[in-house]
Design a protein around this ligand. Structure first.
Ligand code: SF4
Length: 155
């Protein structure tokens, strides 16, 4: 599993969906271990996210990342303390089959608030990969919401 299907990293987007494997573009600036590690199916961090395996749940990836962010928030500013908690809760609910497509708008709006109204890089950069995931994978995110609802969050 070593081709990059999609990457949004440090503001640069490479979207290989719809390309033949031999036409895939390799993103610049990705950490070498991320490029070379064949076990990695997907990755999300402050600098962005990468998808190698098309079967990866983008929602579950966001949940795992937001859990990390929520735990790292030092709670000095309210938008970060509350915003990260609420974003995590909403994404987790979606992953458990309790989400609605309308929740994505709330997540987007919270992400914008965090980006603009927090004091440090954690609050400002944390929402970026999540917002990019919702933006660039909108169709699959919405489809996943419906599927997870039917399956009660199991997949
Ligand atoms: S943005 Fe930075 S300073 Fe504010 S609560 Fe989050 S981690 Fe703390």
């Amino acid at each position: 599993m070593n081709r990059i299907l999609f990457s949004s990293w440090k503001g640069k987007v490479v979207d290989n969906r719809g390309r033949k494997p031999e036409e895939f573009i390799t993103p610049e600036d990705l950490p070498k271990d991320l490029l070379e590690n064949k076990e990695t199916k997907a990755f999300m961090d402050w600098d962005g996210f990468v998808i190698k395996d098309p079967e990866v749940s983008i929602i579950d990836l966001c949940v795992q990342f937001l859990e990390k962010v929520r735990d790292r928030s030092c709670a000095k500013c309210i938008p970060c303390r509350i915003g990260t908690e609420v974003m995590y809760d909403m994404m987790r609910d979606i992953s458990e089959g309790k989400g609605r497509k309308e929740d994505l708008k709330v997540i987007e709006s919270l992400g914008d608030t965090l980006h603009e109204a927090t004091r440090c890089k954690i609050g400002r950069s944390a929402p970026v990969p999540v917002l990019d995931a919702v933006k660039y994978f909108k169709d699959s995110v919405e489809q996943e919401i419906e599927e997870k609802k039917k399956l009660g969050g199991k997949r």
